[in-house]
Design a protein. Structure first.
Length: 558
């Protein structure tokens, strides 16, 4: 006897191939843990237990899950969990500390879960902990952890877009957290080189710190090539560790000569020191910097690179204040088309500010209107003591800032009016003008700009924090040529003529160009040479202190 149609339909509907995907049933205990942790914004199992920095992104993910778990299907972990745990453990590859994301604890919990030794509460806590680590890592890799405003960097403007909710969903569903993190790294070649250098220096630090080079006694100020010194052996060992002495280098002796001197010169050149081969206090201090400190310098540099806007699609000018160098870059260029030395603000009281602005115009053969601080504290006192000071240095008193404003008499009365702000003092254009023959204007609250200079001696120094805050250019004509190379008619000959003309001339750029004043004490050249600079403004120390405070980082200065 055949079954009735109703029975057949009932049997078919019960068959697995006739049913939709199974909806995981919420585990009340696990669901309660997730709700409690997200609702309180506190996860008791994390190093940085306050998770209010990511709960807004996590709520939609967990609300969308019938079983209230993101990385599990019921009690079964998703295939992407293993890769996510591994990605967290590799946070150090991005210049981050895996301990900040509870990498070890996640691995222990994951081993217990895969070994069938976990409770519903432990699975739920692991699930949220992995999501917190993922969300924090995504943000850290893409835009950094510390708001640059917190350490007085004026990096204003639109932030780089980031949607941790969507990214975590994508990481969970197939692409994997590791791939998502790599896709969010800064798109700068100097970041890529720094990342590779970090791996090298971390391996060096982990292999063991060479013994320090002995410091010189008070009675001996320096070691010059050719002298006897019992510190040669440890010197060679430390130079060997960082690649300034080749592995089959000279036999170690007590005389400071030959290849060891050459290695010291290479080291000095890489560390912003005069490459003279003389071992003085500054060189020995730099040689003895622990490898772990160099690792930290690279990590701090990578953090700051994440603050930069994405400039792949536009020509840009970068000034690394700590390295006293300028780079001009353009999209799809095979090589950096321009680089030069710069002089920046004095570390003590005239620091060059750090910001991203838009270069709008160039003035060839400019007047110089001294800032009020220089005017009141330096120029006017000299003018009152010496009646010929202003004329001798090309200064004139005028009633307005117009280029054709006539010069007024240099009298005590007019000097008083300049002091009061009722008249203006300016320096006439020309080769002796303090701005040289060109200035590059990117309007900003600090009244800082780039310009030439008649004082060339500063560019021969290894440390070049010598200005009152503006950026002096080694070759302003070359920068003008690079900026205007697509502007019709602005050949190098025309630029030279404008710089040596009879009056100021202004060239407005058809499209403003991004100027980035930044600060990194590490730079890896295209040739792979690693340069470490002194933290002249103390920005490394400020950032390091901020990072040590951990999550959640404040979004504005204290």
């Amino acid at each position: 006897m055949f079954p009735s149609a109703g029975v057949v339909l009932a049997l078919l509907s019960a068959a697995p191939w006739m049913q939709g995907p199974a909806v995981p049933t919420a585990d009340p205990e696990a669901a309660a843990v997730v709700t409690q942790v997200l609702g309180s914004a506190q996860h008791p199992g994390l190093r940085w237990s306050a998770i209010g920095d990511v709960t807004r992104e996590l709520w939609p993910l967990y609300d969308a899950e019938p079983d209230r778990l993101l990385w599990f299907d019921g009690s079964r972990p998703l295939p992407s969990v293993d890769g996510a745990v591994l990605a967290v453990s590799r946070a150090h590859e991005f210049g981050l500390d895996p301990a900040d994301y509870d990498a070890s604890a996640l691995q222990v919990r994951w081993a217990a879960i895969t070994g069938g030794r976990s409770t519903s509460t432990e699975r739920a806590q692991f699930d949220v902990a992995l999501s917190v680590a993922g969300a924090r890592l995504l943000r850290a890799v893409h835009i950094g952890r510390v708001d640059p405003a917190r350490i007085r960097w004026k990096y204003e403007g639109p932030r780089k877009p980031l949607d941790p909710t969507a990214l975590l969903q994508e990481a969970r569903q197939g692409r994997g957290l590791g791939e998502m993190l790599r896709s969010l790294e800064p798109p700068f070649s100097h970041y890529v080189r720094a990342r590779a250098t970090l791996s090298i220096y971390r391996a060096l630090a982990e292999s063991g710190e060479p013994a320090p080079v002995p410091l010189l006694p008070a009675t001996r100020k320096k070691i010059v090539p050719g002298e006897e010194w019992d510190g040669v052996a440890p010197l060679v060992a430390r130079l060997q560790a960082v690649g300034d002495v080749v592995s089959d280098g000279p036999a170690v002796e007590t005389r400071y000569i030959g290849a060891v001197v050459d290695a010291v010169k290479r080291f000095q050149a890489r560390h912003g020191l005069e490459p003279d081969g003389v071992l003085g206090a500054a060189t020995l201090r730099a040689i003895n910097v622990p490898l772990a400190t160099r690792v930290r310098q690279i990590e701090l540099a990578m953090e700051r690179m994440r603050w930069l806007p994405d400039l792949r699609d536009r020509a840009s000018i970068f000034v690394n204040v700590a390295n006293f160098r300028l780079w001009a870059t353009e999209p799809h260029a095979r090589e950096t088309p321009l680089r030069m030395k710069v002089v920046v603000g004095q570390a003590l009281n005239h620091q060059t500010p750090l910001f991203v602005e838009r270069l709008e115009y160039i003035v060839f053969r400019p007047y110089w209107n001294p800032p009020r601080s220089i005017l009141v504290n330096e120029i006017l006192p000299k003018a009152r003591r010496d009646a010929g000071y202003l004329a001798r240095n090309g200064f004139e008193i005028v009633a307005s800032g117009a280029d054709d404003a006539p010069a007024l008499a240099t009298s005590s009365e007019n000097l008083d009016k300049v002091q009061q702000g009722r008249l203006t003092l300016r320096q006439r254009p020309g080769p002796t003008n303090s701005l040289g023959l060109a200035k590059f204007i990117f309007p900003n609250d600090e009244n800082v700009y780039m310009h030439g200079t008649p004082s060339r001696g500063g560019f021969a120094k290894s440390r070049r924090d010598l200005s009152h805050g503006c950026v002096r250019l080694e070759d302003p004509a070359a920068l003008a040529e690079w900026i205007l190379h697509e502007s019709p008619g602005w050949t190098r000959a025309r630029i030279d003529a404008a710089m040596n003309g009879t009056r100021p001339s202004r060239v407005t750029l058809p499209e403003p160009m991004t100027v980035v004043l930044f600060y990194d004490t590490v730079h890896v050249s295209r040739e792979g040479v690693v340069h470490f600079m002194e933290d002249i403004y103390g920005h490394d120390a400020l950032l390091d202190a901020a990072l040590k405070q951990g999550y959640p980082y404040p979004s504005s200065p204290r």
